[in-house]
Design a protein around this ligand. Structure first.
Ligand SMILES: [Zn+2]
Ligand SMILES: [Zn+2]
Ligand SMILES: [Zn+2]
Ligand SMILES: [Zn+2]
Length: 408
């Protein structure tokens, strides 16, 4: 991640919505693709503060009305598309009448914008149905809907357990993942080295690119590296994983225990590692640790080597601060092979880029919210859908959260 500069000379960061030195409002300009000071103009909008840009811009609707975004739209297209190039992909947003949901939504959008930054750096194609992109990318941010009668079974249409996952271009995130307490509890329960919102987005977009770049096109090559995704089926693999757990020696071949579940999950977990790596290398270069800001080098091996070197140093810094290791993975030779496959796939995806077209109107619906969790409950009425992600069996739900402190 790079940094930017304000008119006053202060450094601006990707998430800023105001300059802490001069107090100006700031935002991301779609014309020059930089975070910039917003200079008020006579039309009631803004001009980009970068002298060589100066585009007439307005705040994204979600910036203006909810402060969950820091992006702008071009003034001339704002009437037709008031949402920015990140917010326009939302199909469902959290119910903002529920206390705490605004803060959760803010965190989800912040992570999603970083995902789009990653994809932009890698030059990967994506788009909506209106853009004519297959599969069309969209997001649902939903909460569990828990029936009042204290149990799931028999709750009928009134109950829904939301599984974070991907299906046909739709990425669904259970908004409980945006609560730090809940997410950390899940991380510990599931024995994960990390559990983050950006990690969820990076994993799920891996499934998206499997559908876009591999399905029906490169499946034989995929099978040669990750194994046969058709046998066992995803449903069989899921059942086996939850019955037997991962093989004891999973570290010899996989990037995580969850990756052992099925080749699709191995791919998504390795894809997420690839994005962790390219994002970290990009940030390291911008921050003066050396290296190059070119996200996709010719060969993957020097990228892996550099990432592991940085990891040793940054892990030590984190340990001196009592924090989790920043780079928990030891990248073993079979994982290097998988990363090489993904690297080549990304390069192929770049070649096929061209799917991005001008924005169309994309109204946002509002997701229903659940009442507080009942004291007792039994198992969900329905089995997880294919490709639903790992969730803990408990459904503890935080009932209140601190008042939102929005974009810095
Ligand atoms: Zn400033
Ligand atoms: Zn600009
Ligand atoms: Zn926006
Ligand atoms: Zn997955």
């Amino acid at each position: 991640m790079r940094t930017y500069s304000c008119l006053c000379g202060n450094t601006l960061f990707f998430d800023n919505s105001s300059c802490l030195t001069c107090g100006r409002e700031v935002g991301y300009c779609p014309a020059c693709r930089l975070v910039t000071a917003l200079v008020p103009n006579e039309q009631g909008g803004f001009n980009c503060g970068h002298a060589d840009c100066g585009a007439a811009i307005l705040k994204c609707k979600n910036y203006l009305e909810h402060d969950v975004c820091n992006r702008c739209v071009r003034a001339e297209t704002a009437a037709a598309e008031p949402l920015c190039d990140c917010c326009r992909f939302n199909d469902l947003i959290p119910d903002l009448t529920v206390k705490g949901n605004l803060l959760k939504w803010y965190r989800l959008e912040a992570a999603k914008r970083r995902l789009f930054y990653d994809l932009g750096e890698l030059g990967l194609p994506y788009g909506t149905e209106e853009d004519g992109v297959e599969p069309p990318l969209s997001f649902d941010f939903k909460a569990d809907v828990i029936p009042k009668k204290n149990y799931w079974r028999g709750g009928g249409a009134a109950s829904e357990r939301v599984y974070t996952g991907h299906a046909n271009g739709k990425i669904t995130i259970n908004i409980r993942e945006a609560c730090d307490v809940e997410r950390e509890k899940l991380r510990v329960d599931l024995g994960e080295a990390h559990r983050t919102l950006i990690g969820h987005f990076r994993h799920e977009i891996g499934h998206y690119y499997w559908d876009m770049l591999i399905k029906g096109r490169r499946e034989d090559e995929f099978i040669a590296v990750f194994g046969d995704h058709k046998s066992p089926t995803y449903a069989e693999a899921l059942e086996r994983h939850y019955e037997q757990g991962p093989p004891a020696d999973w570290q010899q071949n996989y990037v995580s225990a969850y990756a052992t579940m099925h080749p699709w999950e191995d791919f998504a977990e390795t894809w997420a590692l690839y994005l962790d790596m390219t994002s970290s290398l990009d940030t390291a270069a911008w921050q003066g640790f050396g290296g190059t800001t070119d996200a996709v080098h010719k060969d993957v091996e020097p990228m892996i080597k550099r990432y592991q070197q940085l990891g040793v140093a940054l892990n030590e810094i984190n340990r001196s601060m009592g924090l989790l290791d920043l780079v928990p993975e030891v990248i073993v030779p079979p994982v290097v092979e998988k990363l090489r496959y993904i690297h080549d796939l990304v390069r192929a995806g770049r070649e096929e880029n061209g799917a991005l077209k001008p924005a169309e109107d994309q109204p946002q619906a509002v997701a229903p919210e659940s009442p507080p969790l009942a004291e007792s409950e039994v198992a969900p009425a329905a089995a997880p859908p294919a490709d639903a992600e790992q969730v803990a069996n408990d459904a503890t739900q935080l009932q209140s959260e601190a008042v939102p402190v929005l974009a810095q």
